[in-house]
Ligand binder design. Structure first.
Ligand SMILES: *Cc1c(COP(=O)(O)O)cnc(C)c1O
Length: 428
């Protein structure tokens, strides 16, 4: 295929170009990005067969970019699980109790991603508050049951793009801003309070949020989907007192993209389980996690707990630094390695330059990377400010943590070509 041919020639070029400055030893073997796949070893290459382009992910754990690549041990566990049928409920329960032990919480459930964990968590709260009458929510809420308790309290600054995961359960969101408003917002109909862990606005702290919720005997859920690392966050929020905590399985944990974690109190996880498949007539019926991905989620937790925050940070910072060093001859370019505070708490590379001298806008650079070969996706905050990152219209943002070994240098080489050309200088 043309794409393959040009990718190979790109590698040849990159190798030659990089060898002289000591990068040859870290150039990835071609296999690592799937350039050479033997059908005997790995089955048919369906991306090639379907004409779907493989990309280099210099963005991050974005859903639309298929988030993370599972580590080898997780891929192997998934492949092995595919070879045998089991009883789904037995696997769900066993996986949940194994994960609960490893992540130091009472109980756990493998969901179909963090969004599904939010829905199942909300369903659990509705169910418990209504003495299980809420089990078949929302489409089968019988007539005359409009007295079903269904209010969820959130800070106004925590309303976000995942509201719908709660609204699926027929809940009504009550907004508050101050602690006094929060205290006054509890009614007979309150079923839960909800906290968006990475929110950049909102005046009420996690501790106050939990305390007031518990004063009213109402469970509190926290969406921390993208908030690992640090690894300890996987138990910090349940131990802080949140009754339910949601994580994405396919982001930093590097499990299957369609898996996630709902962690928390026994009674609530049990209620979430009753709202989950394989039960048919419930809100979670369409959120199935297959046996392969349940096992993959467990294996990913095992993999992650074999890592350290320091080791991951060192690796990501090293990648960012190598790219920055390689670009140091680009006129006026300055590099900053920035670690966002809560979500995606990993070293991220920001590149700025004088567009009078290097005559190309960051958005244009992103476009050229995308349409080049290999196709590279830069961080979406490139040229467009995003909460949690100090970027702007003049900044290129390179997310390094989802790169495969050696790809940092492919990204560096491509950026250098583009920027040097725009500066009227030949890339060397
Ligand atoms: C990514 C994300 C989700 C959804 O996670 P999935 O695992 O893709 O379902 C929910 N909430 C927040 C804050 C997220 O960042």
């Amino acid at each position: 295929m043309t794409i393959r041919y040009s990718r190979r020639s790109f590698f040849a070029h990159a190798r030659a170009a990089l060898a002289s400055i000591g990068f040859s030893s870290v150039m990835t073997p071609m296999r690592a990005i799937g350039a050479e796949v033997s059908p005997e070893d790995n089955g048919v290459d369906y991306y090639a067969k379907l004409g779907v382009q493989e990309i280099i992910n210099a963005a991050g754990t974005y859903t639309s970019l298929t988030a993370a690549i599972m580590p080898e041990s997780v891929q192997a566990a998934v492949a092995r699980a595919a070879k045998h049928p089991v009883r789904l409920e037995e696997l769900q329960l066993a996986a949940g109790s194994y994960i609960a032990k490893r992540l130091r919480c009472e109980s756990a459930l493998v969901s179909a991603g963090a969004a599904s964990a939010l829905t199942l968590g909300a369903a659990a709260c509705v169910t418990v508050a209504n003495d299980r009458r809420g089990e078949r929510i929302p489409p089968l809420m019988p007539q005359g049951m409009d007295s079903l308790k269904n209010e969820a309290i959130m800070q106004k600054g925590h309303r976000y793009g995942y509201d719908h995961a709660l609204l699926n359960c027929g809940v009504h969101i009550v907004e508050v801003e101050t602690l006094d408003e929060y205290r006054a917002a509890f009614t007979e109909r309150t079923v839960m309070t909800h906290f968006f862990n990475a929110a950049t606005s909102g005046r009420i702290s996690r501790e106050d949020w939990i305390r007031v919720s518990h004063e009213h005997k109402v469970p509190s859920m926290n969406d921390a989907a993208a908030d690992m690392p640090p690894i300890s966050n996987l138990w910090n929020y349940t131990q802080m007192g949140f009754d339910l905590v949601c994580f994405s399985g396919g982001k930093g944990i590097r499990g299957p993209q369609n898996a996630g974690l709902l962690l928390g109190k026994k009674e609530l996880i049990a209620a979430a389980t009753r709202n989950n498949n394989p039960v048919d007539d419930v809100v979670g019926r369409g959120q199935k996690v297959a046996k392969e991905q349940i096992v993959g989620m467990v294996a990913a937790v095992d993999w992650l707990l074999s890592q350290t925050d320091e080791g991951m940070e060192r690796e990501f910072r090293g990648r960012a630094q190598r790219i920055a060093d390689y670009l140091s001859s680009v006129p006026t370019l300055t590099a900053q390695i920035y670690v966002p505070e809560v979500a995606n708490h990993v070293p991220t590379l920001l590149l700025r330059y004088d567009q009078e001298k290097v005559k190309i806008a960051p958005l244009e650079v992103a476009k050229m990377c995308r349409h080049g070969s290999p196709s590279i996706e830069l961080h979406p905050a490139t040229g467009a400010p995003e909460p949690g990152l100090p970027g702007d219209a003049n900044t290129i943002v390179v997310g390094v943590w989802m790169l495969q070994p050696g790809q940092d240098l492919i990204v560096a080489e491509r950026l250098k070509q583009i920027l040097m050309t725009a500066a009227g200088t030949r890339a060397s």
